[in-house]
Design a protein. Structure first.
Length: 293
């Protein structure tokens, strides 16, 4: 053994192997190895409601009303869900595998089916980042930094708030908080321009997922297609214009690109695309959904 390490280059080889193993572990720990940090509490149950009236593009039962429109806009197929609920607690969130943590992922449709969701879209993919406030179904899992987050209060209002300015007791003030962005509409005015993009890295036209508020308990979910034949994708400005046209006073961009998915009526509504060559549904860490469970 002493003879082996007697030559200097052999120490360099051993050191190189150890360093390579360390970096491999860091990459696996960050992107692959699942870690559960906590379980999501059970949401509220269903109230006494009328018998549901259901079609291929709508649902109504007295507590929840959903209407789905599909249209062409800027050479892109866009799916718009208009949602009205009698209680903010019917707008829920869920984690993949029912647990908060890193590298825990399922498809939007799998999570939606697990919770009998009437409507679901992908969330903010909190598990892909170490930063950003995560408050779901009234429970705080991670405090934020200084990003613009979207807060859904118990009175049903959406507000874009810098994480540094969140209420000191956010758990008592908010039902949901997402951190992705940017804000698309605030106080009824568009807040993005033609050159606005996420961190300046994404292409200007992409599949998109976003949420907006017309008034308390009246919401709009938009999922646009892209990266497929016949679908150019939307810029953030084009997305914001759709929310403004729907009368939204607040709108906020969630995770998009290959994550963009809308689920309604037991199926995925949009054509998903993780790249220009793959149209499978991407696994993500969380969803936003409408439902009772």
């Amino acid at each position: 053994m002493r003879a082996f390490f007697g030559k200097p280059y052999r120490w360099a080889v051993v050191y190189g192997l150890v360093l390579a193993a360390f970096f491999a572990y860091v990459l696996l720990d960050t992107f692959v190895i699942p870690k559960a940090y906590g379980e999501m509490g059970a949401p509220s149950g269903r109230s006494e409601a009328a018998a549901p009236v259901v079609s291929d593009t709508s649902y109504s039962d007295g507590d929840i009303t959903i209407s789905i429109d599909t249209l062409r806009y800027c050479d892109t197929t866009v799916h718009i869900a208009d949602v009205q609920v009698s209680d903010v607690r019917y707008l829920k969130t869920a984690f993949a595998e029912g647990a908060y943590g890193r590298n825990i992922k399922e498809t939007t449709s799998e999570m939606a089916q697990d919770h009998n969701a009437l409507l679901a879209v992908n969330g903010d993919y909190y598990g892909f980042r170490d930063a950003g406030c995560v408050l779901r179904n009234g429970e705080l899992y991670r405090e934020g930094g200084n990003n613009d987050a979207l807060m859904l209060s118990y009175d049903g209002r959406l507000a874009v708030v810098n994480e540094e300015n969140l209420p000191s007791d956010a758990t008592g003030a908010a039902w949901q908080i997402w951190s992705f962005g940017p804000a698309l509409v605030t106080d009824g005015a568009i807040r993005v321009s033609a050159g606005t993009e996420i961190s300046g890295r994404s292409a200007n036209s992409n599949p998109r997922t976003a949420i907006g508020e017309v008034e308390p308990l009246h919401y709009v979910f938009i999922v646009s297609e892209g990266r497929t034949a016949g679908n150019a994708g939307l810029s953030l400005l084009q997305l914001a214009e759709l929310f403004e046209a729907r009368g939204c006073v607040t709108a906020y961009n969630l995770d998009g690109g290959g994550s963009s998915t809308m689920y309604f009526g037991g199926r995925v509504v949009n054509e998903t695309a993780t790249s220009r060559h793959r149209t499978d549904e991407r696994e993500v860490s969380d969803i936003v959904y409408i439902g009772y469970e």
